[in-house]
Design a protein around this ligand. Structure first.
Ligand SMILES: [Cu+2]
Length: 172
């Protein structure tokens, strides 16, 4: 094998490793490029949540805090096995999650799936209680998709370049 051919093989191997690394990192939620961590205060009152709509992206981490301005309300989030009991005038809430319950001031939620997830009051709080609900909208992670495409493009470009280089080296 010519020196040029050898350099090509080494270069392509390096590219493959870098690309695989990028893809691997992007696949992990907490290492997703572009993912952000946000603190959101959810205020409950009869009969609405503020904010009524929470928008985020897949891979983001939400640090949810809760407050009720009147009576005991609940915050049940569909698709996340999360039910929070929000007593009035206290920042400490009772969190039931994955079969366990604890009293805390903050619920950390890593958004692993995109989609629309309704949240609703889970404590009967009055006549309009069934209508007390909101929505968590989790969009796709564009940066994640972008970096994946970039990785594949890099790999393909590296392959093409190495093939051309190897062809030249062989015809000498
Ligand atoms: Cu309520």
């Amino acid at each position: 094998m010519s020196r040029f051919g050898l350099v090509s093989v080494v270069a392509i191997a390096a590219l493959a490793v870098v690309s695989a690394g990028l893809l691997g990192c992007a696949g992990e939620v907490d290492a997703a490029p572009g993912a952000v961590e946000r603190e959101i205060l959810v205020t409950a009152r009869s009969y609405a949540f503020e904010p009524p709509v929470i928008r985020a992206r897949r891979g983001d981490t939400l640090r949810l805090r809760f407050a009720s301005t009147d009576v005991v309300h609940g915050f049940y989030l569909e698709g996340h096995d999360l039910d929070v009991t929000i007593p009035p005038l206290s920042r400490r809430v009772l969190v039931a999650r994955a079969g366990r319950s604890e009293t805390t001031e903050e619920v950390v939620l890593v958004l692993e799936r995109s989609g629309k997830f309704r949240f609703r009051c889970s404590k009967t709080c009055g006549a309009m209680h069934p209508f007390m609900q909101g929505e968590l909208i989790v969009g796709p992670n564009h940066l994640f998709v972008g970096s994946s495409i970039a990785s594949v493009a890099l790999l393909v470009a590296g392959l093409a370049w190495a093939l051309v280089a190897a062809g030249r080296g062989g015809s000498r």
